[in-house]
Design a protein around this ligand. Structure first.
Ligand code: PMV
Length: 352
């Protein structure tokens, strides 16, 4: 099974003997743990992998965690279970959703030298599969809860690498605040770290929900199509420069530069999606209405900009002091069914 290879690489960095020393025997591990993690919104996007199994991206990316939105995951290892079980928002899961969770569970079992199966119960407090990256918060919370449940104390970097195996962007939901994922060359150097803590810059992400339906092509499939677009090469060529501009904009709290580089990067990713074979078009008519309206507001002097993930909803970024006004304005755009707001969020953490 392919995940054996991934576990082996993670295991090289993690001291298995320290686990044995701390707990004496594997039977002494605490068995269950609960973790929460926030989704994140990328300012500089990840789209395309150089290694699909290990989810090593073709480019680095920068994001902000979203406070207030979260996945809460409980993992319980139990010798009496005959197979792993996954319950998502109260519904038992099988097939691809369970298989992805197994990728992380198999790694954790291998690191902890246990063969026990696990029951995973996970809940989101926001709609799933609509461009609010639920897989990011899900795999960050799962990695932390599962590793804690078997008594592993992984470093932030190791947790970020583990979460990446389930969903690339999940590695960015492990550290807190404003986060950069360095693409790296392989498993060991592809992980995320904080650029600035959550309270560094008072920004709000106002999420204009225009559809709560599940997206037709998930991002795992989408990453595989990226290189079929003739525009992916051009997008990748300019990414290092955009990463520098975005990192500087965050560190200098420079909204104008953040707005320009974030919208450009979003347009480049969607241009690649739309020119892939087959073409991926995630936008709905209301997506374009919101984009055009935000551009008009900015020309009128309001500090706002947008970005869009693999879905139709629009993330509208603005400084906190204008967020109430921005939400009022977005609610009036035809086709917007709901507006969620989130400020910069903290790291994945255990719930005690
Ligand atoms: O982590 P994935 O496989 O769900 O991919 C995320 C892709 C985007 O959300 C479109 C961009 C990003 O960097 O978050």
């Amino acid at each position: 099974m392919f995940y054996r290879k991934e576990c082996a690489t993670i295991a090289q960095l993690t001291s298995l003997s320290s686990v044995d020393r701390r707990w004496g025997k594997v039977t002494m591990f605490p068995h269950d743990a609960v973790a929460i993690a926030h989704p994140n919104i990328a300012f500089i996007k990840y789209w395309g992998n150089r290694d699909h199994n290990l989810r090593i991206p073709t480019n680095g990316s920068i994001s902000m965690n979203l406070e207030g939105l979260y996945t809460r995951t409980q993992v319980a290892f139990d010798a009496a279970l005959v197979a792993d079980e996954l319950v998502l928002n109260g519904l038992p899961q099988s097939g691809p959703a369970l298989q992805r969770v197994l990728t992380v569970l198999e790694c954790v079992r291998s690191l902890a030298h246990t063969e026990n199966h696990a029951r995973v119960e996970s809940e989101n407090n926001f709609p799933t599969g609509v461009g609010i990256a639920s897989s990011a918060s899900a795999f960050a919370a799962l990695s932390l809860a599962a590793s804690a449940a078997v008594g592993l104390q992984l470093s932030e970097r190791e947790l970020s690498r583990l979460a990446r195996l389930g969903s690339g962007s999940a590695c960015r939901s492990v550290p807190g605040g404003f986060v950069e994922w360095q693409a790296g060359e392989g498993d060991e150097d592809s992980y995320a770290g904080s650029i600035a803590p959550p309270d560094y810059w008072e920004l709000t992400d106002c999420i204009a929900v225009v559809s709560a339906e599940h997206k037709p092509t998930g991002s795992s499939q989408g990453h595989r199509l990226a290189e079929s677009s003739p525009l992916q090469v051009a997008r990748l060529a300019g990414t290092p420069q955009r990463l520098i501009l975005c990192r500087q904009a965050i560190l200098e709290r420079d909204f104008d530069t953040l707005a320009i580089v974030t919208e450009l990067d979003c347009h480049l990713m969607h241009a690649v999606m739309m020119t892939s074979r087959p073409a991926l078009i995630y936008w709905a008519p209301a997506t374009l209405s919101v984009m055009a309206t935000v551009q008009t507001w900015r020309k009128g002097g309001l500090e706002v900009c947008y970005t869009i993930d693999a879905g139709p909803n629009v993330h509208i970024l603005c400084p906190n002091h204008v967020s109430t006004r921005v939400v009022e304005l977005i609610e009036q755009v035809p086709g917007v069914v709901q507006v969620l707001t989130a400020q910069p969020g903290g790291p994945a953490r255990l719930v005690v």
